[in-house]
Write a protein that binds this ligand. Structure first.
Ligand code: MG
Length: 218
């Protein structure tokens, strides 16, 4: 079981499914040569992919190109099934920092063949994830600076205001397909600046008002 705390409270959650958005920032969709989608593009990572602050990402031997993607993580606190947009945020318990580790070479090969991406996205250690800050302590989840540096050098420097689909719409949309349960997490997509890490690198990901994680790569 993977547990995450809601900081400053005595609440903790067992992490369930992790539903992720692809191409939710236009600049990032462009840098990978993808079209900007009308509806959110969704995939999942298993809870077994989660690691914590200070834990190590281990690049699988079937990949030569592992990328980082810093993302705002949304923790679900109440069951959400077919929730309207105006009730969506009532189901959000908190916000955290995640890195959606992606085997870009493997993903590109699978995409070209029309095959699912799981082995490029859901491998062990592919989801570094912080604890969560209560939603009430985050003044505006759509105006948070998010950054990722590798070995102290800034690589991603974005803002959640640039999301194509905002958290409200994302929670409502996903809840119409997959019932969201307490402990489920949504990764809301990454801004531009994604790139490769190699063994020996150290990533530092941070989101304003939310938190920061330091993750070495092996
Ligand atoms: Mg991503």
């Amino acid at each position: 079981m993977v547990i995450r705390k809601l900081t400053g409270t005595n609440q903790q959650f067992t992490i369930g499914k992790i539903v992720c958005l692809a191409r939710n920032y236009a600049e990032h969709a462009r840098e990978l040569g993808n079209e900007t989608p009308a509806a959110p593009v969704l995939f999942m990572k298993p809870a077994s992919s989660v690691i914590g602050d200070g834990d190590t990402v281990r690049i699988p031997d079937y990949s030569q190109e592992c990328h980082y993607e810093v993302e705002l993580a949304v923790l679900i606190g109440l069951q959400a099934c077919k929730v309207a947009e105006d009730r969506a945020l009532e189901h959000v318990a908190g916000y955290g920092v995640a890195i959606d580790m992606t085997l870009r070479d493997v993903q590109n090969q699978l995409k070209a063949k029309g095959l699912p991406w799981e082995i490029a996205k859901g491998f062990d250690t592919s989801c570094p994830l912080s604890d969560f800050v209560p939603a009430g302590q985050v003044p505006d989840s759509q105006n948070l600076k998010l950054t990722l540096s590798v070995n102290g050098e800034m690589r991603q420097d974005g803002c959640t205001s640039d999301m194509i689909h905002n958290v409200t719409r994302i929670v409502s949309h996903i809840s119409g397909i997959f019932t969201l349960e307490p402990g489920d997490v949504i990764l809301t997509g990454t801004p531009a600046g994604v790139g490769q890490v190699r063994g020996g690198d150290v990533m530092e990901a941070g989101i304003e008002s939310v938190g920061r994680i330091t993750i070495p790569v092996q």
